[in-house]
Design a protein around this ligand. Sequence first.
Ligand SMILES: Cc1ncc(COP(=O)(O)O)c(C=O)c1O
Length: 475
Amino acid sequence: MKLQKAFNATDFRKNGHHLIDTIADYLEDITKGKIPVMTWRSPDEALQDWDQYLTTNSSSEEFYKKIIQYSMHLHHPKYMGHQVAPPLPDTILSGLLVGALKNGSGLYEMSPLSAPMEKIVMNFFSKHIGYGYEASGFLTSGGTLANLTALLTARQVKGYGNIWNEGNPEGKQLAIMVSEEAHYCVDRAVRIMGLGDAGIIKIPTNNEFQADVSQLEKTYNNAITDGKIIFAIVGNACSTSVGAYDNLEAIGKFAQKHNLWFHADGAHGGAAIFSKKYKPLIKGIELADSIIIDGHKMMMTAGLITALIYKNGENSYRTFHQKAHYLWENSEEEWFNLTKRTFECTKFNSVLEVYSLIKNFGVDIFDEYITCTYDLAREFAKLLEANSNFEIAHQPESNILCFRILKNGKTPSEINELNAKIRKQLLHDGKFYIVQTMLNDSIYLRVTLMNYLTKIELLEELIEEIMTISKEFDF
Ligand SMILES: Cc1ncc(COP(=O)(O)O)c(C=O)c1O
């Protein structure tokens, strides 16, 4: 009779009310920074604890509290680590509803609300990008899968023959061009496509970590001389490490000249299409044949949601051209049967999160969020520049900033060691969550300012904290 108990709506109501209250209390406390941004335990300690807990009797109240206690707190104003936004409460509720209904949005019949909502949401994206009426797309699960899907389309449209049916052409090396600063998932996608090491042609970057567009022709010509068939070029909007926007206009024109597919990886910074102030950063994005934008990054959704938008929506049907009689009756282009275009078969109707945000708040919510977090990174950079103990690696273009503390008389490797130790100490103390990266062989501390409640005073406090820790590590 376990199933009967487990499906019982009375228990669900009781636990559900309690859970919502617990989350609401949590949101109130965490946004005031009342508890540490995270409670550090080593992976082995955590494993042992959760293993023991599995067979421990506890109420659902205790269980929820323990889960919260040992999670990373994205809503904490001192969370400024990786590029994951604190989810808006509206999307937390939509996510709950999505889970309860569990409609598989790949097929219209299985989720009659998803495809119409996705079409509407895609039109919203297209309008802000500056695409025409022939644009369309869909939502998929994360930037990694969206980039792979876009590059699969690119290969089918601009590659060599019908690769979907016949495989990669024998004796020919297909390749894409992308800047050295691209997210690793672009490289991974190329390898998944069977193109190997030689399938990636790296465009050198300039001092601001953007693709050096003056090197495009040379890089292309060298690859062609090596016998490669280049079918696509990827522009970062923005890059991961430092949040740099490539010159999309120049890349777009270059792609047109050489008949390449132009894909814009806007997983993080593509949402700048919604910001009146920062839209100039993505000038030229409308030239891209495909664009991805992550909802869970700069659009504050709870779910893992990525929009993949095609300038010419027809192309989206060319990626996965298959028959599946158990799912659909024909191979016609049906905008409402999304499995014909998406990698996933069962796909949650998570569009509800975005549709709901647009319905309840409109574009202003994205504009406000992007503008205040991007503004703050600029303010923080000024603060660091005014402090002779610090160096910034770049002028911030987005809400990502890399910087490091310097010490007179220390070697480059000692400075690397110091910055890495500081970052680890901050993690263990749970006072701030920041991350690190390597740029030109130097370790930099890295913040992504994801919380609208993080203010400049807190960043002053971060500077003080780093200086205090650095004194402890004065080796
Ligand atoms: C530029 C860029 N592209 C792609 C990705 C991968 O996105 P996801 O983590 O949603 O798979 C990231 C993640 O940080 C990114 O910054």
